[in-house]
Write a protein that binds this ligand. Sequence first.
Ligand code: GCO
Ligand code: MN
Ligand code: MN
Length: 396
Amino acid sequence: MPDAFDPSPSDRFTFGLWTVGNRGADPFGLPVRPAMTPLQLVQGLGRIGAWGVNLHDNDLVPFGATAPERDRIVTEFARAVADAGMCVPMATTNLFSHPVFRDGAFTSSDPRVRAFAVQKAMQGIELGVELGARTIVFWGGREGAETDACRDPRDAIAWYRECLNVLCHWTRSQGWDLRFALEAKPNEPRGDIYLPTTGHMLHFIQTLDHPQMCGVNPEVAHETMAGLNFLHAVAQAMECGKLFHVDLNAQRIGKFDQDLRFGSEDLKGAFFLVRMLEGCSGRPAYEGPRHFDAHAYRTEDPDGVWDFARGCMRTYKVLAAKARAFDADPEVRAIIAGNAFADEPLGCAAMLSATQGAGASRIRALALDPDSIAARGHRYERLDQLAMEHLMGVRG
Ligand code: GCO
Ligand code: MN
Ligand code: MN
């Protein structure tokens, strides 16, 4: 039965070929589902209302394919994407599966590996451009170490920078208006991965030759694995205009990278995330694709894969509706407004935001009484309970 939460292309939901194409293999077990071809995956995604499909080079073109093979595969795929009324907004390069990357790609101590990685990334970018992608994701899964006896991490970071600089310069020299989105992860498959969180990436970007074309692709699971608050990572990226892409899924703290159906763990975290991405509290919304980097439980057959994908999108839409209701709730608005003290008589906010130190001398001279200020509670218990009641469906 279709309802208001059924996805449609206008929601701009995207999935990677590797997500719905995941066959359920894990380090302890073989694949449990039959392979679906990229064409079948695109058709399936089109049927369930997705807007776009993303890919790694080797999700589509096998490693080592000849140029004519590659061209035939890409032409056929582009036709299937168009026939399904879909698009390819993001492309990325597999710099982790082949044994040549066993000790890193851009951070390998072997300059031949670094050159090969850059060359493969160039081909991945060419593929993305051919398919119409505007965002190129870089996930450095193998950029890390099990033992720090192997290299000085300062060299690794400098080599990472060099490789990205080459790719930025080259992309610009081709005249392509692309954005690079760097994706952090703390560990897995390496014991430790360099630049392990979105915050690390945000600083690293500022050290590149073309920081303006580089941003981040934070993933729920990755920040959660590190025990961090995903919303805060996304907020920091949005606040500095660097949220170029987002990987939505679900994860429990302290576990391996689970890549669960969006919202299936930490529902409250997912609620506040959707609220922020959708701009429900009146702030600018995230404008990029809502991308799911997750996969179905290993228990599922192919029908279960589509249940999984529909579930990601439906949960997102349900949470967006709940978030809008939360922000429209007069009691919620009153508590939030009460904590912002817009009419506070001393005018502290204006002094604090005055530039050039104009407010500083006034602040230095202010008579503030911390005890009386501290006497007031914030009513966050009530506010959180209101969020919970909206989420549990008994309010709004
Ligand atoms: C992972 C990563 C990957 C990347 C993908 C796109 O933990 O395996 O999240 O799924 O997002 O390689 O770059
Ligand atoms: Mn990811
Ligand atoms: Mn991941």
